[in-house]
Design a protein around this ligand. Structure first.
Ligand SMILES: Cc1cc2nc3c(=O)[nH]c(=O)nc-3n(C[C@H](O)[C@H](O)[C@H](O)COP(=O)(O)OP(=O)(O)OC[C@H]3O[C@@H](n4cnc5c(N)ncnc54)[C@H](O)[C@@H]3O)c2cc1C
Length: 355
């Protein structure tokens, strides 16, 4: 997602080459449910610059002519009395973002949902298929002249003077010997590698942290047709005729193998809220790595050395759509002058463990 957002914005004024060691829409982007919620789960606080992020996302969706979202609401059930007060406060402080729904109203509007304490209805929240989003960004970028090379990995780079020389390796088939290496000189490099940062010494020292997550796709039983999108510790999102159920959070892990125990964990979170999910069929689990920035929980963007030619764009965490769109809208400004990057998002290195 980060790479395609960058390519989309930068190709309007620059010659851009977009590389992907796999294909566009893979990585974490191929796993997420695609929920964009401007309200955080636990206390109902708004996400970082939530309204600007929503505006950026909506503008992107308009330009990309992504299909109009269904009018299915997005709700966050409350799980205890503390959360009721947090969510009621959120509704009263941010009436443009959310509204509190009393338990009686909720069961009348959404009979398939069990939320006996009530819920927060999040306005402007939406669900967008992440690979469709990334593919549409790429298509638009290529229309503006961006060149896309899939199955092509960045293997190294070196900044000299006012250019960066990158080496890339293209796989022409399944055999390891069937590869082709090439060097390319460019004016600027944007590293949007997701979990791929770990393969480069210069990036592995950055304050980044992987969190493995799993989702399940299933076909939607007709009984759930009128169910809202639900977010919280467990979530349920509608994507066309499919349901996406999520998700798990396993810290410090890069492997992306889905597991049966994570599937069970997800069902244990979702089925108590929407019991009819038990009627869904054709379950398919996938897992990926969210890259996060400990301490800030915000994206990381900016130069990784004294030279401003080599930049990282990562740390989208679980809020890829909102954070990615927000950073994308300011990326050109950030790259032209790193002083424009809010300090809290500038690259920082990991602190050594104490003791
Ligand atoms: C379980 C789960 C649920 C999620 N749910 C949501 C959600 O509901 N809403 C939301 O907004 N976000 C969600 N997210 C988060 C979202 O998926 C991520 O924030 C976002 O996709 C990250 O995008 P990225 O481009 O940084 O990384 P990735 O999508 O991982 O992309 C990295 C890309 O870099 C490529 N690459 C790596 N190394 C190299 C190299 N050396 N050379 C060339 N290419 C390379 C990879 O092939 C890959 O395509 C979820 C994530 C997970 C794991």
């Amino acid at each position: 997602m980060a790479g395609t957002i960058a390519a989309f914005h930068l190709s309007a004024y620059n010659r851009v080459l977009l590389l992907d060691s796999g294909s566009v829409g893979s990585g974490a982007t191929g796993v997420g449910a695609g929920i964009a919620s401007p309200i955080l789960a636990r206390k109902g606080n708004p996400t970082y610059r939530s309204r600007e992020a929503l505006d950026s996302l909506e503008q992107l969706c308009d330009v990309l002519s992504l299909p109009e979202q269904s009018s299915r609401p997005l709700i966050r059930p409350a799980f205890d009395t503390k959360q009721i007060s947090y969510y009621q406060r959120a509704a009263s402080n941010h009436p443009d973002l959310a509204k509190w729904i009393e338990p009686g109203d909720l069961s009348e509007r959404f009979p398939s949902v069990r939320a006996p304490l009530g819920a927060l209805e999040v306005f402007r929240g939406r669900v967008i298929n992440l690979p469709t989003f990334a593919t549409a960004l790429t298509r638009n970028a290529t229309t503006s002249g961006c060149e896309l090379r899939e199955h092509t990995s960045l293997t190294s780079w070196s900044a000299k003077g006012d250019e960066v020389v990158v080496t890339i390796r293209t796989s022409n088939g399944k055999k390891e010997s069937n590869t082709q290496d090439e060097s390319i000189a460019c004016r600027r490099l944007v590293l949007a590698l997701g979990a791929g940062y770990r393969h480069f010494e210069e990036l592995a020292r950055l304050n980044l942290h992987p969190i493995k997550g799993q989702t399940i796709r299933a076909s939607c039983p007709s009984i759930l047709r009128k169910t809202p999108n639900i977010t919280g510790p467990g979530y349920l999102a509608f994507d066309g005729d499919s349901l996406v159920l999520g998700s798990t959070f396993t810290h410090g892990v890069f492997d992306t193998e889905p597991t049966a125990s994570a599937t069970q964990q997800i069902l244990d979170l979702v089925v108590p809220i929407v019991p009819d999910v038990a009627h869904a069929t054709s379950f398919e689990a996938t897992a990926g790595t969210r890259v996060t920035v400990p301490g800030t929980r915000l994206p990381m963007i900016g130069p990784i050395s004294h030279s401003s030619l080599v930049n990282i764009f990562t740390g989208l965490g679980a809020k890829g759509l909102l954070m990615g769109s927000l950073i994308g809208s300011e990326l050109d400004r950030y790259l032209r002058d790193p002083e424009n990057i809010p300090e809290i998002m500038r690259p920082s290195v990991r602190r050594p463990a104490s003791g």
